[in-house]
Design a protein around this ligand. Structure first.
Ligand SMILES: N[C@@H](CCC(=O)N[C@@H](CS)C(=O)NCC(=O)O)C(=O)O
Length: 214
């Protein structure tokens, strides 16, 4: 298997944590895509993933799977013993719901804030983003506020249960953790009173797959 990504970036890290959880790192060859140089927006990479984002998993038969949720489903089910995406119909439903919320309410708005309300990854990439400069900065700022509302939502969830989708660690925890990492990088602060979210993050920070991702 190959994974197109760039080390240290939040969405690629989600999959590198999955690989560590599933002990699959040795089976993967990483191909670096130069995001600051906008390599992912050029024709060669757009053939690999038309949405122009990383990570992308490429199987030995040439099949390409983009989107962290889809990649995680594949990797988690490879050995027939899913530990991150749910074993029962109920758990699968709840985990996917929380995964979607972790994306739509946290990591995706942080990404939009970063790319549209700050200097983002710099000049090479800027021309591939929304062309209406004033509108995009306004929109980006609103997405920053949306991400903070998302943090408050996950704080309320974690006041009632140990992990984002219930009693067990799942891919939804990985996504919220990566969302907070990205927020820190983009300088969006976690509100001081989000105690449950902060305590949960400290626990996840110490998890072996997070300390030593692939
Ligand atoms: N929904 C996508 C998000 C992927 C994503 O946004 N990745 C970032 C890297 S952290 C990216 O490729 N950004 C490039 C850009 O926005 O131009 C997924 O789950 O894989």
């Amino acid at each position: 298997m190959k994974i197109y990504d760039i080390p240290g970036f939040p969405n690629p890290l989600r999959i590198r944590i999955v690989l560590a959880e599933k002990q699959l790192a040795s089976q993967v060859e990483f191909v670096k895509v130069d995001l600051p140089a906008a390599e992912h927006k050029q024709a060669a990479f757009l053939k690999i993933n038309p949405t122009g984002t990383v990570p992308v998993l490429e199987l030995d038969d040439g099949t390409r799977i983009a989107e962290c949720t889809a990649i995680t489903e594949y990797l988690d089910n490879l050995d027939g013993d899913p530990i991150l995406t749910g074993k029962t119909a109920r758990d699968k439903g709840v985990i996917h719901m929380m995964q979607k919320r972790a994306e739509s309410e946290l990591i995706d708005p942080v990404g939009i804030y970063f790319h549209h309300a700050t200097a983002g990854l710099g000049d090479a990439l800027r021309e591939y983003k929304h062309p209406q400069w004033t509108a995009r900065a306004e929109w980006g700022k609103l997405q920053g506020e949306k991400a903070v509302a998302g943090m408050r939502y996950f704080d309320s969830v974690l006041e009632a249960q140990p992990y984002v989708a219930g009693d067990a660690f799942s891919m939804a925890d990985i996504t919220v953790w990566a969302g907070l990492l990205f927020a820190h990088f983009a300088r969006i602060d976690v509100p001081d009173d989000c105690n449950a979210l902060r305590a949960w993050k400290e626990r996840v920070d110490g998890r072996a797959s997070v300390v030593n991702p692939a």
